[in-house]
Design a protein around this ligand. Structure first.
Ligand SMILES: [Zn+2]
Length: 139
């Protein structure tokens, strides 16, 4: 397991436990999160790390459901919006990217321009998410 997923899972885990205990949870059944493609987090590894962390806690046996949000860009010249293809991004580079600014570095690395006008000045409007959407608990 790589550090990236492990440290992310542990941050998620801490928030989930805190929220659940604030609501008087006896058991955590399910956790739903949105993870943007630009975070380059591996959903399976996230779930595995979460599972390992939850052993012996009220979250033991809970499912971590990861909803992957596609990376979408918007052109700063013509306002065209498109889904960015991240398939060429190697994991070594991806981890470097995440440690700095994923959006800026992805943009520099991808060297893709707007599919409509070729402009390379664009912003990512989705794909950076790391959001806990909902937590299902038992009281
Ligand atoms: Zn454009």
């Amino acid at each position: 397991m790589v550090m990236h997923e492990l440290s992310t899972a542990s941050s998620i885990f801490e928030v989930v436990l805190e929220v659940a205990s604030r609501h008087g949870a006896k058991k955590i059944i399910e956790v739903n999160i949105d993870v943007g493609e630009l975070t380059l987090l591996n959903p399976d590894q996230l779930s595995m790390a979460f599972k390992a962390l939850s052993e012996g806690t009220i979250a033991e046996g809970a499912n971590l459901n990861v909803n992957v949000v596609k990376a979408k860009a918007r052109c700063n010249r013509c306002s065209e919006e498109w889904y960015v293809n991240l398939s060429g991004v190697s994991s070594a580079i991806s981890h470097l990217m995440f440690m700095t600014c994923p959006a800026c570095d992805a943009r520099a690395f991808l060297k893709q321009g707007c599919p409509k006008c070729g402009e390379t000045n664009f912003d990512f409007i989705s794909g950076n998410e790391l959001i806990i959407k909902s937590i299902k608990i038992e009281k």
